[in-house]
Design a binder for this molecule. Structure first.
Ligand SMILES: [Zn+2]
Ligand SMILES: [Zn+2]
Length: 352
């Protein structure tokens, strides 16, 4: 056994894979790396597709506290298990799996013991604490894996692991009930999925975006109402509809979120799913007190939540709008995403 393993290890040492790594803040480059073997509790994945997410900027620009380099970004990863490491059960070689932002819970911290895996204190964030999916290979924690429904293409499933999971979980964990008015602010990477989820969950759906251009798309995706925030006051428009039970704010712009509180019905929730810039969200206490409204946050989900988001998408025909780009062109894909030119999610593909 021992000699067999060292043979595998030696074979791996001679093999390399392509990865796109951040060498220092702002510097993303294509490199060859030596293939490594998974250790206890891990698997090695042959990556097929990886979505490019705005959160990757925290790795590429070096903004995440404690980040070390080199680091491979990417937390919307789909691929097939190539090697199952020691101590892993429930997953098999050749199985197609996904890895999202939360890289796998520890199982023993206080929040894991309470069953709140997304808040695990010892969880690696994919592409931040451990190398992510901008690569042909990735080592992942088995506790962070999600199974992929057969009818989803890898390029479709990838963005559902972050943009999809975030909006899906934000909505299903909210207080909104079927038929109530749910608002998706922003028709972009998150918003175009949020509208589809909200409609298929049975809500009355309003979308808010700037300008008239996105109206036909928002309605095609399932919005009953479209509010052009350049042409009308969103608060007045929402109050005219009776007030929102939930507003899911996906725009990476705090300033646009602050006034929305006034568009909530009594006991309504403003759920923040996007962050950008350093500007705080300012909250007027009056609508919090009178009407008992609230502001809350939502952050992706656990690996089983990711599996639920994928299953629901499969069941309801929900798909992201994507542009696929070869892994070697990751720098350009990242640039397009940062310049807000992606319609709506860039997905890197390895050709596997
Ligand atoms: Zn993301
Ligand atoms: Zn834990």
């Amino acid at each position: 056994m021992r000699s067999a393993k060292s043979k595998t290890e030696m074979a791996s040492m001679n093999r390399t894979y392509k990865a796109v790594q951040v060498t220092k803040p702002g510097k993303l480059e294509v490199v060859q790396r030596a293939i490594v073997e998974p250790v206890f509790g891990q698997v090695r994945i042959r990556v097929e597709a990886c979505g490019v997410c705005h959160t990757d900027a925290l790795t590429v620009e070096g903004g995440f506290p404690g980040l070390t380099f080199p680091r491979v970004p990417g937390h919307e990863v789909i691929g097939k298990i190539e090697v199952v490491g020691p101590g892993v059960s429930g997953w098999k070689e050749g199985q197609r799996v996904g890895v999202s932002y939360m890289g796998g819970h520890c199982g023993h911290c206080e929040w894991c013991r309470r069953g709140d895996f997304v808040n695990c204190l010892n969880q690696p964030i994919s592409g931040v604490h451990s190398d992510g999916g901008y690569a042909e290979m990735m080592i992942a924690q088995a506790s962070g894996l999600a199974a992929i429904p057969d009818d989803l293409l890898s390029t479709e499933a990838a963005p559902l692991l972050c943009a999809g999971l975030t909006t899906f979980n934000g909505l299903r964990n909210s207080k909104a009930r079927p038929g109530e008015l749910v608002v998706i602010q922003g028709v972009g990477g998150l918003g175009h999925l949020g509208i589809q989820f909200a409609r298929r969950m049975g809500f009355q759906v309003a979308a808010i975006a700037r300008g008239p251009e996105k109206e036909s798309l928002a309605k095609k995706l399932g919005a009953h109402h479209y509010i052009d925030s350049d042409a009308q006051d969103p608060v007045a428009a929402l109050q005219a509809l009776g007030g929102a039970r939930v507003i899911l704010a996906t725009a990476a712009n705090s300033k646009s979120m602050s006034p929305l509180l006034g568009g909530l019905a009594p006991r309504g929730q403003l759920i923040v799913a996007g962050a950008g810039g350093d500007e705080p969200i300012s909250v007027n206490p009056v609508p919090l007190l009178f009407g008992m409204r609230s502001v809350a946050g939502t952050m992706t989900g656990s690996s089983i939540d990711a599996e639920d988001a994928l299953s629901f998408s499969s069941l309801q025909g929900i798909r992201p709008m994507t542009e696929t780009v070869p892994l070697a062109d990751a720098v350009e894909a990242y640039g397009r995403m940062m310049r807000n030119e992606a319609r709506f999610r860039m997905v890197l593909v390895t050709g596997h």
